[in-house]
Design a protein around this ligand. Structure first.
Ligand SMILES: CC(C)(COP(=O)(O)OP(=O)(O)OC[C@H]1O[C@@H](n2cnc3c(N)ncnc32)[C@H](O)[C@@H]1OP(=O)(O)O)[C@@H](O)C(=O)NCCC(=O)NCCS
Length: 288
């Protein structure tokens, strides 16, 4: 993949996830929507960042006319390999293109190094990840309006900024063993940030624009719960929010979501290699 491919990759991934949603979304969930225009450019910024920092982890598949029909983008941070993007154009799936793309992305790093993937619920994806040696952990998605009366006082939570990146990496290492490094520069430029600090207990969460955590890491479950509440507090009173990638190890997150009156659904998987399930932690789909 080169920087010139980024727009084509954005289109292929948007189409692939929309097609998956149309084919599989439960009938009582909101209707599937294509990635909206306002999210397209931030998505491309994130992928350009990976092409710049992880050129050997980013791959495209082309058809005979040189059209991009699939892509995979992997990153490596402090010894952790992670898959950020992976899709094949609808109509060309299940013909082996995905396997070749994943093999190329996996070659970006030692085969026995720790690895992490936020897997969609697509059975083709799960099959690829397990056959590549990853442990598959079913994950939950939380959805709903936040019960305002349940939100506790949060005196130790503050807004974060780029000045906090060193602290964020320390929290990452305590939570999952590896900092996000340069990815914090993009994350902090795209998402609001909340930080919890009380003595040696620390946590942070990047927030979706509508509220809820996009990425959360903490030194301990109580700090994680506080910053999760702070992320939910930013939701509008009558607008549902959601967050996902929550495995069974994150009971603290489940308890907060239930106290907030949110619904719990089973959706997607966390795929891990050579590492325990990080906790307390809610990974970002883009930067894990
Ligand atoms: C996941 C994805 C990238 C894989 O690419 P692909 O080209 O379809 O993958 P491959 O053809 O190499 O492998 C698919 C495997 O699933 C199998 N498969 C096909 N349909 C299947 C189904 N309905 N259920 C289970 N397995 C299925 C194929 O036989 C193949 O296995 P095999 O190589 O052992 O025979 C692609 O399907 C996709 O874009 N999905 C939608 C987006 C998505 O979910 N991306 C993953 C992000 S985490």
């Amino acid at each position: 993949m080169t920087l010139n491919d980024v727009s084509a990759v954005e289109r292929v991934t948007a189409e692939a996830f929309y097609a998956l949603d149309v084919a599989t979304r439960p009938a009582d969930w909101p209707k599937p929507e294509r990635r909206p225009a306002h999210r397209t450019e931030p998505w491309k910024v994130r992928l350009r960042h990976l092409v710049n920092h992880d050129a050997d982890g980013c791959w495209v598949a082309e058809d005979d006319d040189g059209e991009v029909v699939g892509a995979a983008a992997a990153l490596r941070r402090e010894g952790l390999w992670a898959l950020s993007t992976y899709a094949v154009r609808p109509g060309l799936q299940a013909r082996g293109v995905g396997r070749r793309l994943l093999d190329a992305a996996l070659a970006y790093g030692p085969p026995d190094s720790p690895g992490i993937i936020s897997s969609s619920h697509d059975p083709r994806a799960v099959r690829r990840y397990r056959l590549a040696g990853f442990d598959i952990h079913p994950a939950m998605l939380m959805w709903g309006t936040v019960r305002r009366s349940a939100i506790p006082a949060l005196p130790d939570v503050r807004e974060g900024s780029a000045d906090d990146i060193e602290l964020l990496d320390e929290i990452d290492r305590a939570s999952r063993g590896h900092g996000h490094g340069v990815d914090h520069e993009v994350l902090v430029s795209q998402w609001p940030l909340r930080i919890y600090e009380r003595g040696t207990s620390r946590a942070y969460a990047y927030l979706y624009p509508a509220g809820g955590p996009h990425l959360l890491a903490a030194t301990d479950p109580d700090s994680a719960s506080s910053v999760l509440w702070a992320a939910l507090e930013t939701a509008q009173p009558d607008k549902p929010v959601d967050f996902h990638n929550v495995t069974g190890e994150q009971s603290w997150a489940l308890d907060v979501a239930l106290a907030a009156g949110m619904e719990v659904h089973n959706r997607g998987f966390l795929a891990l290699r050579a590492m325990p399930v990080p906790a307390p932690y809610i990974p970002s789909g883009h930067f894990l």
